[in-house]
Design a protein around this ligand. Structure first.
Ligand code: C2G
Length: 131
C-alpha cells in the first residue's frame, strides 16, 4: 500500500485542485490531504478563506481520490505527518518546487507536479468581481 500526502487550502475548489489530487492519487493507493485551517491559511496568505475549514473538508472528503483529510495548523508539521501516516510520497504543485525537499531526509519521495494553467482561486475571485 503506497501512501501519498499533499497539503493545501483548497478554497473555492476548482479543476486545478482536482487535477492535482487525481495525479497525486495515481502515484499510490492512499491519499492523505492535509488541509490548512482557517487560522493557518491567514498566517500563510493573510487572506480569509471563502469556505470554512469544515466546508472545505466536506468538499475534499467527497472527492473519489481523497482517502482522509487532516488539519494543517503549522508550517512545521510535515516531518511528523510523514511518519505518523507512514507516507511514501509527498506531492505538491510545482509552484512549491524545491521548498519541501528536506522531506527526502525522512525517506520520503518528493514530487512536484505541474500546476494546471489559467485557474486559481485568486483568478476566480477577480473574474467574479468584474461580472
Ligand atoms: N494547484 C494546481 N494548479 C492550480 C492551482 C493549484 O496544481 N491551478 C495545486 C497547488 O500547487 C497545490 C494544491 O493545488 O499543490 C493546493 O493549492 P492551494 O490550495 O493554493 O494550496 P497552497 O496555498 O499552495 O498550500 O504547506 C503547504 C501549503 O499548505 C500549500
Amino acid at each position: 500500500m503506497k501512501r501519498v500526502i499533499t497539503y493545501g487550502t483548497f478554497d473555492l475548489l476548482h479543476y486545478g485542485h482536482i487535477n492535482l489530487l487525481k495525479r497525486a492519487k495515481s502515484l499510490g493507493d492512499y491519499l492523505v490531504v492535509v488541509l490548512s485551517s482557517d487560522e493557518f491559511n491567514w498566517e500563510k496568505k493573510q487572506k480569509k478563506c471563502y469556505f470554512s475549514y469544515d466546508q472545505r473538508k466536506l468538499l475534499l472528503e467527497s472527492i473519489r481520490y481523497v482517502d482522509i483529510v487532516i488539519p494543517e495548523i503549522s508550517w512545521d508539521q510535515k516531518r511528523e505527518d510523514v511518519h505518523k501516516y507512514n507516507i511514501d510520497t509527498f506531492v505538491m504543485g510545482d509552484d512549491w518546487k524545491g521548498k519541501f525537499d528536506f522531506l527526502k531526509e525522512e525517506g520520503v519521495e518528493v514530487t512536484y507536479l505541474p500546476r494546471t494553467p489559467e485557474i486559481s482561486t485568486t483568478q476566480i475571485k477577480k473574474d467574479l468581481k468584474q461580472r
